[in-house]
Design a protein around this ligand. Structure first.
Ligand code: ADP
Ligand code: UDP
Length: 236
């Protein structure tokens, strides 16, 4: 496999073409942003941790019936993945009120939701990723109703598998964001990343935050928290 031209540089990752038109190479950066790019910084070692944690979780999910884009970890921060056409939605899954939901509904952070809540945001930085519903998604043609049924089922499976795995490690899965894409034949697969950048993880015992909120809210100990998640999951 040969690395070719850069196709895209995002806030947290770069995407490169390869000599195989069905595969792309993802390279994870240490750059961190929050509040739609308003807050910028660097989290030392983040790229390598997010690469390894994402790949570990993607493989766990594959074994549990969720098809993913994962192909092969190439190096500390680079991974080969199946190229997809991204469904332009952030699929947010919530178990406990935090962040924008706590603010929007006036709930105390940490309020346990009586059932899992799914939200969709249209991926558009210029619009600030507005929240949309199934009717908007169908009307705009971002995904079909059948695709959304698949995406919803996969998102709930991810929540169950991740939630159970993390609970055994004394980590509570508060909420997280997923992205899905279509392979050339239309198959829906889980894409992008699953990491402390895209999830809220709280220590079950101390209630300490072990995720990007430490960066967003200037809580300190950002690098240590990312390390702790990798260590509990992968033992290193
Ligand atoms: P952002 O675009 O939000 O700044 P990143 O820095 O994480 O995010 O950039 C990675 C980009 O790659 C995102 O736009 C994401 O949707 C896209 N992407 C993730 N997985 C794949 C894939 N398998 N094939 C093509 N694009 C992907
Ligand atoms: N999230 C994400 N990318 C985004 C927005 C949210 O990964 O662009 C994740 C975030 O880390 C959290 C969950 O989705 O785990 C819910 O985020 P929320 O809507 O509360 O937004 P925030 O508080 O980040 O503004």
């Amino acid at each position: 496999m040969e690395k070719r031209e850069q196709l895209y540089e995002g806030k947290a990752k770069k995407v490169f073409a390869t000599d195989d038109p069905t595969l792309v190479l993802v390279s994870y950066k240490d750059d961190a942003t929050a509040f739609n790019g308003l807050k910028k910084g660097t989290i030392e070692g983040k790229g390598a941790i997010n690469n390894r944690v994402t790949n570990y979780l993607m493989q766990l999910l594959e074994k549990n019936g969720v098809p993913t884009h994962f192909v092969q970890e190439l190096s500390a921060r680079e991974t080969l993945v199946k190229k997809v056409a991204i469904v332009p939605l952030e699929v947010i899954v919530r178990n406990v009120a935090a962040g924008s939901l706590a603010k929007r509904l006036g709930l105390a952070e940490g309020t346990v939701l009586s059932r899992t809540v799914l939200e969709y945001c249209y991926k558009d930085d210029a619009l600030g990723d507005p929240m949309v519903n199934d009717d908007h998604i169908a009307a705009m043609g971002w995904a079909t109703e059948a695709e959304m049924a698949t995406i919803r089922a996969y998102a709930l499976t991810v929540n169950r598998v991740l939630g159970e795995t993390l609970r055994d490690l004394n980590i509570e899965l508060i909420d997280f964001k997923l992205e899905f894409g279509r392979l050339a034949d239309g198959t829906i697969v889980l894409a992008d990343e699953i990491s402390p950048d895209t999830c809220r993880f709280w220590d079950t015992v101390t209630r300490e935050k072990l995720d990007k909120d430490r960066f967003r809210r200037d809580l300190g100990g950002v690098e240590d928290a990312y390390h702790e998640i990798m260590k509990r999951l992968m033992g290193e």
